[in-house]
Design a binder for this molecule. Structure first.
Ligand SMILES: *Cc1c(COP(=O)(O)O)cnc(C)c1O
Length: 323
């Protein structure tokens, strides 16, 4: 399958496939549109997913697309974050074995959270890349299926249901700001949204240090980017030098890209909390940072952002909100 082959029909099928596993989330209207000069501001509430982030959509669709015998052998991935949680959650719901590989750097609270979802957790390897190698070894040894966090057609179709739902609820959207890490969310939303309304503007949002997709788009091909620590930790990581789907989808469909500083992301978390009473992780709040930066270009427009996740440590949240 090529990136282009992912059609709106695939997204409609994905929506049916995942209906019992992932939640159809609200597109909440903000009362603060005028603060930015927008006609309307809408927030896609992916925090309402059972795991607190949209990743359950892609994981559910990819796993449910597996033939029954492959599915029964179980799934494996390497992610300490929202994708690992999503795979563990979906496997538990479907009664499948799941192995989540985490590096020795993984935070003990996150390891415990994934264990609590019933998955087998393998803690080994010095970094994320090493954990990924171990996940592929387990894939080969145990005949399990590796579920990629973003660069997989099934995952992209699942994340695309976010865009489908948004345009169903608000057909007159002019622009959507979308957080980009591996590009599964942006590539998916773009596939659905541009099929429904080719004139809609899609703006990618990342942190300004180690934005792998942004830098790859600039270079014209997937490149390796040095990782930096960021409060938008869910946006860290590369897009893979052998990227098959998401680079091409983002290249084709993203109309603009904005990179946020750590201060802007912290400010976005405060805006989400004080203006909207939302608890968002750094990555989840980036839409607020993007509209604070680019609002002058979208005066009078109907704008939407994605509240993509809420998995933030309470102490860290408190520090940012009060600091
Ligand atoms: C994974 C994730 C993203 C980015 O999604 P990609 O598909 O990797 O681009 C954004 N926000 C949150 C909360 C995430 O977990």
């Amino acid at each position: 399958m090529q990136p282009d082959d992912i059609s709106l029909a695939d997204v409609l099928l994905a929506r049916r496939r995942i209906a019992d596993v992932a939640t159809r989330t609200p597109l909440k209207r903000s009362l603060n549109a005028a603060k930015y000069g927008f006609a309307s501001l809408h927030m896609k509430m992916e925090t309402a997913q059972p795991t607190g982030a949209f990743k359950v959509r892609g994981a559910a669709n990819a796993i449910l697309m597996l033939p029954p015998d492959e599915r029964a052998r179980g799934v494996v991935t390497a992610s300490s974050g929202n994708h690992g949680r999503a795979v563990a959650y979906v496997a538990k719901l479907l009664g499948l074995p799941a192995v989540i590989c985490l590096s020795k750097l993984a935070n003990p609270a996150k390891i415990e959270n994934i264990r609590r979802l019933g998955a087998e957790v393998v803690v080994d390897g010095d970094d994320q890349d090493a954990a990924m190698v171990i996940a592929h070894e387990i894939e080969a040894e145990r005949g399990m299926t590796y579920v990629d966090p973003f660069d997989d057609a099934g995952v992209v179709m699942g994340q695309a249901t976010v865009g489908l739902e948004m345009l169903e609820d608000e057909p007159d959207l002019d622009a959507i700001f979308i957080q980009v890490s591996g590009g599964g969310l942006a590539g998916g939303i773009a596939t659905a949204a541009k099929a429904i309304n080719p004139r809609i503007k899609l703006v990618g949002v990342s942190m300004d240090r180690g934005a792998a997709m942004h830098d790859s788009l600039k270079a014209g091909r997937p490149i390796h980017v040095v990782e930096h620590k960021t409060i938008a930790d869910a946006l860290q990581g590369g897009i893979s030098l052998e990227n098959k789907y998401t680079f091409e989808l983002c290249r084709r469909h993203l109309d603009d890209f904005v990179l946020l500083s750590e201060d802007e992301i912290a400010q976005a978390m405060r805006t989400a909390f004080y203006d909207e009473r939302l608890v968002l992780e750094g990555a989840g709040a980036c839409g607020f940072g993007a509209i604070a930066r680019l609002n002058s270009e979208f005066q009078g427009a109907n704008v939407a952002i994605i509240c993509s996740g809420n998995n933030v440590d309470p102490q860290e949240f408190k520090r940012i909100i009060t600091g």
